[in-house]
Design a protein around this ligand. Structure first.
Ligand SMILES: [Zn+2]
Length: 240
């Protein structure tokens, strides 16, 4: 048995060092390139599986332009994309995913003092746990004052009248999304609910250039966040 194990290990080693035959013929550069490819392939394989329905919202030059203006106005940054550092969860205050999708698809909203870019999130999770991806993960979306420059947003259908009614299927889906994102973007160190925006300022990520631009939030409630924290406690993520 040991003999076979040794042979197997030797075989595995050979594979990982790019083949037993002719290895010496490879130039150092080729070796490095191939090793890189192997490492990248391994990294890909290690990403947790995430079942999503791709349902992109309308993405136009106008949206791009409005994002640019928003980033400049609120963060003093010339960006339209983000390096994700936090995942912020929300509820939609509605019971219908399609109407949320339609609402987010519009590029503009009435100016509330913070510009005309409409709100949007990266993910939308339906009551039955179906995950819709609405924009690329690194798009700058308007969903959390002070943090849009570094935050991926997950909206959950529910929370009508402020009722903490998000489902177990939604808890599970959010956990899967966050596991996937954290594996893909090791820059993500935080997860918080929208209502925790003040406590979260201690992360050092809060930036807001518009004075007194602010909105009090209660979504998605402490019960939901407690369940996420429990389901993700094996990861090195900071919760509030
Ligand atoms: Zn919210």
């Amino acid at each position: 048995m040991c003999k076979y194990l040794t042979l197997f290990l030797l075989g595995a080693l050979c594979l990982s060092s790019l083949g037993c035959l002719g290895a010496e013929e490879n130039s150092v550069q080729e070796k490095e390139d191939s090793t890189k490819a192997v490492v990248q392939e391994q990294a890909k394989q290690e990403l947790p599986k995430l079942e999503v329905v791709h349902k992109p919202i309308k993405w136009t030059e106008q949206r791009e332009q409005l994002i640019k203006e928003y980033a400049q106005m609120h963060y003093g940054k010339d960006i339209t994309s983000i390096v994700p550092q936090v995942v912020i969860t929300h509820w939609t205050v509605s019971n219908d995913a399609e109407s949320v999708y339609q609402y987010f698809s519009s590029e503009t909203m009435p100016d509330d003092g913070g510009g005309r870019l409409n709100v949007a999130s990266h993910y939308l999770v339906d009551r039955d746990g179906t995950i819709y991806q609405l924009t690329p993960e690194t798009a700058l979306n308007r969903h959390a004052i002070g943090y849009n420059w570094c935050a991926i947003g997950i909206e959950n259908v529910g929370g009508v009248d402020g009722k903490e009614d998000l489902t177990e299927a939604q808890v599970k889906a959010n956990i899967s999304i966050i596991r996937y994102l954290q594996a893909k973007y090791p820059t993500i160190k935080y997860v918080w609910g929208h209502y925790q925006q003040h406590e979260a300022e201690s992360s050092g990520l809060f930036i807001e250039k518009v004075p007194d631009y602010y909105a009090e939030k209660i979504d998605p409630g402490p019960a939901f966040m407690g369940k996420l924290k429990e389901g993700l406690n094996d990861l090195n993520l900071k919760f509030y």
